[in-house]
Design a protein around this ligand. Structure first.
Ligand code: NAD
Length: 507
């Protein structure tokens, strides 16, 4: 496959890089199997503990130099990375699609998101500003400034194998930090491809070695980052189970963690919804990336007056869906990531039936020549009571639950009743309803949309969610502050030493 060669991916890949060079590592290999056709794409050497120590040393050394580069100059490096990503968009998009299984359109969209965050970070490199305050003491000036934080550990999930890293790394770099990235062991080649792209830019521009580090491994390598006192910030994206483990380890050493965890996202479909918008938003939200987005629409809370009409249209739309090779642009839905994900999907369907749910579009595995990886499943829809335990669980697969409501307060309460709090939406042309949904007592999620589905956030806003989603915010707005340390400075330019709060201390 040509795109693999163009990205420097071979059948055997070194898995530990420090920006400009690759460390030798041991023989413990991570095999990357494509969910598209079940074939082995390549293998990657897992990082040994000794190599990890070397990486951390290089990163610490690099930080001492990198933090002194003017921020706009660091932004210029990010601009050059953005240029390389533009050149490699097609190849990287194909790799994302082939290694992870999302449609090519979504693979290309993910790379576009990387380019967008580069553009955002370039402007940001000239806007890392603090505030000035008026001092209570005469002849004093007070202000705050933001300094680089140090080493940033990035743990990422399989479903956004390149974009999540870039949200973190591009901001961290303009902020003057250095990054150590551990990609998901299910998509290690995406990590290698990104490291090749960055290494080219950094090598050509004499960026100190260690500003961009890559380590590869299972949860154990993620634990090294979480436990490491030399890493002030660990940004972790993945399941709530993982987030709780990482947060506990980081908290034990009083480090900072930035958590982006599971979602259980709902759209409220009001009786005043424009169904021409609501149907495609619901379908794309539920089946895009085969239901493996953190922002996937998992629940539709539908007003009783339009419930039957909406259900009928939805079922018709599901009948149009084409499932198959995600690199074939005629298909809407690709495979799940692996057979364990298929088991989780089957178990959730069984639990739903056992708990009283009724399927109106039945699920099941697809078999035959075109589905030889054993990872293709049918998107399905069940009518449920909102309080079933399975409905409150994030199953990373295309299972959509339909729930009926009478009053908006009830719909909002149902929406907020799950432990997760990432993305939410309402479909309505009624301004009172949309305002109620966005009010203090409305949606409790980090993201709340009107007449847009739950998935597909833009990079300009802060991205993240509440409750079991972890509380972190990444990407746009002022998320950059996570990657810096704030310092308050008070300067006395008078000849007196007045103490704050008027305290007298005479010698
Ligand atoms: P996962 O939790 O299994 O793995 C994520 C990453 O964490 C991997 O790199 C893994 O090796 C590492 N890891 C696992 N256990 C660890 C531990 N104890 N210590 C340190 N590292 C550990 O998740 P996944 O299956 O790859 O991804 C799916 C999950 O990610 C879903 O729950 C999804 O909602 C969530 N997700 C959230 C966001 C968000 O922004 N909120 C974005 C993407 C994915």
């Amino acid at each position: 496959m040509e795109f693999l060669q163009k990205l420097g991916i071979t059948s055997e890949n070194k898995g530990t890089g420090t920006g400009q060079s690759w460390l030798s590592a041991g023989n413990n290999n991570i095999r990357s199997l494509s969910p598209v056709d079940g074939k082995l794409i390549g293998s990657v050497q897992a990082t040994t503990r000794a190599d990890y120590e070397e990486v951390i040393q290089k990163a610490q050394q690099a930080f001492k130099e990198w933090r002194l580069w003017p921020a706009p100059k660091r932004g210029e490096m990010v601009r050059l990375i953005g240029e390389e990503l533009r050149k490699n968009k097609e190849n990287l998009g194909k790799l994302v699609s082939y290694e992870m299984g999302k449609s090519l359109q979504e693979g290309l969209g993910e790379v576009q998101e990387m380019i967008d965050i580069c553009d955002f970070a370039i402007g940001l490199s000239r806007q890392l500003h603090g505030l000035t305050m008026h001092s209570e003491r005469p002849g004093h000036r007070m202000y705050e400034q933001y300094h680089p934080l140090g080493l940033v550990g990035i743990i990422s999930a399989f479903n956004f194998p390149v974009a999540v890293w870039s949200w973190n790394a591009m901001l961290a770099w303009v902020c003057g930090d250095v990054c150590i990235w551990k990609p998901s062991e299910k998509t290690p080649l995406c990590g290698i491809a990104c490291q090749h792209i960055v290494a080219k830019v950094f090598r050509e521009n004499q960026v100190p070695e260690g500003v961009s580090c890559l380590i590869n491994g299972t949860a154990e390598a993620g634990e090294w980052l979480a436990a490491d006192c030399s890493i002030p910030l660990v940004s972790a994206t993945g399941s709530t189970r993982m987030g709780k483990a990482v947060a506990t380890m980081v908290a034990q050493r009083l480090g900072r963690s930035l958590l982006e965890l599971g979602g259980n996202n709902a759209i409220i479909i009001s009786k005043d919804a424009d169904l021409n918008i609501a149907i495609p938003a619901a379908v794309f939200g539920a089946v895009g990336t085969a239901g493996q987005r953190c922002t996937t629409t998992r629940r539709l809370i539908i007003h009783e007056d339009i419930y039957d009409v909406f259900k009928e249209k939805l079922v018709k739309a599901y009948q149009q869906l084409k499932i198959g090779d995600p690199l074939d642009t005629r298909n809407h839905v690709g495979p799940l990531i692996d057979k364990a994900a298929v088991d989780a999907y089957n178990n959730a369907i069984a639990a739903c039936i056992q708990q009283g749910g009724q399927f109106v579009v039945k699920g099941g595995m697809l078999e035959g020549e075109n589905f030889s990886s054993g990872c293709y499943v049918r998107p399905c829809i069940a009518e449920v009571a909102h309080n079933l335990p399975i409905v409150h669980t994030e199953t990373f697969a295309p299972i959509l639950y339909l729930i009926r409501y009478k009053e908006l307060e009830e719909a909002i309460a149902i929406q907020n009743s799950v432990p997760q709090g990432l993305s939410s939406a309402i479909m309505t042309n009624n301004i009172r309803e949309s305002e109620q949904f966005l009010a203090h007592n409305g949606s409790d999620c980090g993201i709340a949309n009107v007449n847009i589905g739950t998935s597909g956030a833009e990079i300009g806003g802060a991205f993240g969610g509440e409750k079991e989603t972890g509380g972190g915010r990444e990407s746009g707005s002022d998320a950059w502050k996570n990657y810096m340390r704030r310092q308050t400075n008070t300067i006395n330019y008078s000849t007196q030493l007045p103490l704050a709060q008027g305290i007298q201390f005479d010698l």
